[in-house]
Design a protein around this ligand. Structure first.
Ligand SMILES: Cc1cc2nc3c(=O)[nH]c(=O)nc-3n(C[C@H](O)[C@H](O)[C@H](O)COP(=O)(O)OP(=O)(O)OC[C@H]3O[C@@H](n4cnc5c(N)ncnc54)[C@H](O)[C@@H]3O)c2cc1C
Length: 412
């Protein structure tokens, strides 16, 4: 007996990944019924806010080293299937021309994320896929060789299921992590830890950095284990805020800091305000510095330079060449090896991406099909993959969504 189905492929989630998977599934299997279900009333919230409303679609140079989570070798296999030139051509064909900025980030020439979202929505519909929303999927099960999914809107049956439900970041967009529970229904495990990534970090209320809100500086942030080993290091701009630190360097380092600190409470986050300079070099310079101490780091901004002197218990107007050895060393240490007593992070509401998820070891990377439940596919942020800021997370969405889309009915 053949049991009737409502769709050949149901895609759970119509964010960046689901739209990519839907487009390629519809193009690759034109006779198939491809339906995307999304719980959100308004589609594409995350695409619209991305890159400050300009949508940083990808990066000029993408390789596995920009990612964390499952093994980099596994991530590389998927990235190679749909690379940056292919992404550029794909968007060009949808009518979105990308431009490269000095940082290597690629944006639409319109500088508007709306262009990217509209092109994807049009593309998916022209390719023949159908988007139904708001249809939040609350439960999933297997029945008579089909997948049945449902919510308060009813239920649908399909031959294949693609999970593109994202992670937990920006929950008001509809990505609240329920996809993880749905994946577990089919026997999947989740990484031991799922936590915010690319997230601003908090400092104690009395910390001087919080009084410098709005000041940015080029710094190196280094995560060190309790034993002093450097675990991850990023040199970029850091922004002082009324709650702690943000900006590219802080966001990039956040997942490594949170990961290290969860298993090693003695792990430390160290800021070097003079990237590339060591404490010894700075101490040696200070011995012959005959101006006010704060002027040594004046390029950072006067307020910040003065605050760093004060944090080292030195009057900013004192000349370092006249300081006792220990005080001078203290200033050198403060400038190059200052520990940041991070007390927490701003959580998923402010996180750009989620670290952890469905391990890639449970997925056949040639197809993104589940190794545990044939007929189920995974792509995008629900997987245990998170990238740096700069367009890497979308590139993972495009590449993994592409692989799932072209493979989903391959053996049907
Ligand atoms: C503020 C911000 C700025 C960002 N800027 C950039 C950037 O410039 N460049 C970059 O590369 N990355 C950026 N990112 C990260 C990027 O947006 C994500 O990596 C990417 O959107 C992940 O795509 P996804 O489709 O896997 O998940 P999502 O975009 O989270 O989409 C998942 C979709 O699934 C739907 N869904 C979830 N659960 C269910 C359910 N149970 N039933 C039905 N539907 C469901 C959700 O409504 C959502 O539409 C940014 C993220 C944020 C939050």
């Amino acid at each position: 007996m053949t049991v009737s189905h409502d769709a050949d492929v149901l895609i759970l989630g119509a964010g960046a990944t689901g739209l990519m998977a839907g487009f390629h599934a519809a193009r690759t299997y034109p006779a198939a019924r491809i339906v995307l279900l999304d719980g959100a009333k308004t589609l594409g919230a995350k695409i619209l806010v991305a890159g400050g409303g300009r949508c940083n679609v990808t990066h000029d140079v993408v390789d596995e080293n920009a990612y964390a989570g499952s093994s980099r070798n596994a991530i590389k296999k998927v990235l190679l299937r749909f690379d940056v030139p292919e992404t550029t051509v794909f968007f060009e064909k949808l009518g979105v021309t990308l431009k490269r900025e000095a940082t290597g980030k690629l944006f639409p020439t319109t500088d508007s994320a709306r262009t990217v979202l509209d092109a994807l929505l049009d593309g998916v519909q022209h390719a023949g896929a159908v988007i139904r929303h708001p249809r939040r999927v609350v439960w999933v099960r297997q029945e008579d060789g089909l997948f049945v999914v449902g919510g308060d809107w009813g239920s649908m049956r399909a031959k294949r299921l693609i999970f593109a439900t994202g992670g937990r970041s920006l929950p008001k967009s509809g990505s609240d992590g329920h996809g993880y529970s749905l994946a577990q229904t089919f026997g999947h495990t989740l990484t031991k830890q799922i936590f915010p990534s690319l997230v601003p970090l908090l400092l104690p209320e009395t910390h001087f950095i919080r009084a410098l809100s709005g000041i940015a500086a080029q710094v190196t942030l280094d995560v060190r284990s309790g034993a002093g080993k450097s675990l991850a290091s990023f040199t970029d701009s850091m922004l002082c805020t009324h709650f702690g630190i943000s900006g590219p360097a802080a966001l990039d380092v956040s997942r490594y800091w949170l990961d290290a600190h969860s298993t090693d409470p003695a792990a430390r986050l160290i800021v070097n305000w003079l990237p590339g300079r060591t404490m010894e070099q700075v101490d040696s310079d200070l011995q012959t510095w005959r101006e006010a101490s704060w002027k040594y780091a004046a390029h950072l901004s006067e307020r910040l330079a003065r605050s760093l002197c004060e944090a080292a218990n030195i009057l900013p107007t004192t000349r370092p060449d006249q300081l006792p050895r220990e005080q001078r060393k203290n200033l050198a240490r403060m400038l190059t090896e200052m520990p940041l007593p991070v007390t927490g992070n701003r959580g998923y509401t402010y996180a750009e991406v989620t670290a952890g998820g469905v391990p890639l070891t449970e997925i056949n990377l040639k197809t993104m099909q589940s190794r545990l439940c044939p007929g189920v596919f995974f792509c995008g942020e629900i997987c245990d993959v998170d990238g740096r800021i700069g367009g890497y997370n979308f590139q993972w969405a495009w590449a993994s969504g592409y692989v799932a889309g072209v493979s989903v009915l391959a053996e049907a």
